[in-house]
Design a protein around this ligand. Sequence first.
Ligand code: GLA
Length: 521
Amino acid sequence: MTFMEAATFSSRRGAITLKRILLICSLLLLAPSFVAAQADLTGFWVLRVPTGDGNYRETFFELKQVGETVTGKVLLGSRELPISDGTFKDGNLHFVVTFRGQSQERQVTYDGTMEGGRISLTVHFPGREPLKGTVERSKPEAALPPPRLPLPELHDVPDNGLARTPPMGWNSWNKFAGKIDDAAVRGMADTMVSSGLSKVGYTYINIDDTWEGPRDDQGNITSNRKFPDMKALADYVHSKGLKIGIYSSPGPKTCAGYEGSYGHEEQDAQTFASWGIDYLKYDWCSAGRIYKDEDMQAVYQKMGDALLKTGRPIVYSLCQYGRAEVWKWGPKVGGNLWRTTGDISDNWKSMESIGFRQFDIASYTRPGHWNDPDMLEIGNGGMTNDEYRTHMSLWALLAAPLLAGNDLRAMSEETKDILMNTEVIAIDQDPDAKPAKVISQDGKTTVLVRPLTENSMAVGLFNRGDQPAEVSVNWGALNLTGKKLQVRDLWSHGTVQVAGDRYSASVPTHGVVLLKVTAQR
Ligand code: GLA
């Protein structure tokens, strides 16, 4: 550098320095409004809401702010959902997330204000009380899934010999979701016996999600304060002559955001066995953020092996919403039943769209290994009794597990009659476990037939339409022409007189006529 160059440089530096000082002064003058307007939301955030049982429900947000526009996603349990309509203006944050269920779509709105680096957030769910919480900055490691664990080589897990007929019992989720506790479970066990449900075959009292607490220093799963002593609860259920089920996930979090079995599969199986658990529902949930659908068989096999290793007979229920054609490999991982669909809700549209979509895979069920179109909604109030009779009849024809999902302690007589119809239960539990077939489909009417043991058949005449309809079955289609038939109506509990080649019945809207037909020898 020459002297002249150096002089010019130093004077330019002087000019630059002067400009900088002026800029900093003006920034300082404008500071308050400037800082508020420019607070950048870009990054990871966490919303922590106490669940009331000692846990926190964590929702992570990965946000990106450009000007006043906010984009990004919500990381909620197993799901990653894009946000839309995101804005951050004058310290006010707003965005919308669309949750898509089996049969409905819900738009959840998030509104918050920024105060001292935190966001006070209100979450508006349609038809529910708004949820308030504080959102704080978080780290990507906290929001992102943990590493994929090495998966075992595939092999066939030996059959555990359980569930020779579709499991029957009760599960807490449909009615109680997160509001289930020890006292309610004991109450269900009491009522299972006193109402007569246990006499007609209902056996399992299954606790679904939200029983979990944190892990102890040795990594053992604990129950949360809604379930002070799981072993004592299991003992109580057993003392009634019933069996008890529990729930977990191969992911780090369950679908409700509670502790899952990720990395503790064998340890949890041992814990469940030591408590006296007889049934495990194992729900994919956050495993979906770690593993791919192709990994499911190995992931489920791991728990299948772990359960067998405990030496305790434990029914193994796979819940991964019917992905990856689970009916083809469910038995190989030791599965006694596997969900074939997303979640059911207590309304006709949901039940109809699940129930009438099961026929193509009906032949995959066999003793010990069942398709599970999800738990019953009978008695929960969202459907008419005709619709609930359709629900029960369809599930029975499908040889589906019959897991009541209502509050057993408050059943109406009609709910009892539906759940405890022994003639319909007998169809479900038929020892031959033969699949049902559609023999005719005409607009909104469907005739479904299931061969039963000892020369009988169950025939369901369904009307999915909004008007009563005449539904017919041709005996020819069942190879019964000319045979002397004994026909029983399983809902009116009477004998039906039949003559000729066909039988027609008037079926109410969304209703069913369910027959048992026996060809006399
Ligand atoms: C999933 C399952 C449901 C229930 C909930 C619990 O949605 O499909 O049956 O177990 O998780 O969080």
